[in-house]
Design a protein. Structure first.
Length: 181
């Protein structure tokens, strides 16, 4: 393909239909400006936590989410339970989940056992009282609540009213991920 384009350019340059004058500057006379180099900022800790496939993400494989969410359009809040079913890929006592920091972690249960957890920015580190065995499936109930964020045109949760004044609620999380709500 490149050789065809180059041959066509050479033929056009030699064609009597293309006027060539001594006054025309050659393409080599004015070099093109180099493309602007984008300024990249170093990743923040939040970027690393969200994007890193570290030990506590890699030790388990998500099988299913079952969401039970209650929405209060007047207060623009949500409260819910996410039953998370996963298979441990390696023996371990901790997993990493995501939930934006503007939402509260109300409690996390393994069966009826409350689990300890720690938050770091939009990350929730869930600790288990005993080692979860690689190859086995587990299920936890993750209870949360708060005011979800609205981002951009459709990101997160949008609490709106239609022309008749009825509540119109939209959620989308492409790009941000479901951790936003």
């Amino acid at each position: 393909m490149l050789s065809l384009v180059l041959a066509a350019a050479l033929l056009a340059a030699q064609s009597p239909l293309v006027p060539q004058t001594a006054a025309s500057p050659s393409p080599q006379a004015t070099p093109a400006a180099p493309p602007a180099t984008p300024t990249l900022r170093p990743p923040t800790r939040a970027d690393v936590l969200r994007g890193e496939y570290g030990r506590y993400r890699a030790n388990n494989g998500l099988l299913a989410y079952h969401l039970d969410v209650r929405i209060d359009p007047e207060r623009k809040t949500i409260a819910g339970k996410n039953t998370i079913r996963f298979r441990m890929l390696k023996d371990d006592t901790r997993i990493q989940l995501d939930l934006y920091s503007n939402l509260n972690v109300d409690k996390i249960l393994l069966g009826t056992t409350p689990l300890e957890y720690q938050r770091e920015i939009n990350t929730v580190w869930v600790d288990f009282p005993r080692t979860l065995q690689g190859g086995r499936e587990y299920s936890i109930d993750f209870f949360y609540s708060g005011m979800p964020q609205e981002r951009g045109r459709f990101g997160g949760f949008a609490f709106k009213k239609d022309a008749a004044g009825n509540d119109w609620i939209l959620t989308a999380c492409e790009g941000e991920g479901a951790a936003i709500w």
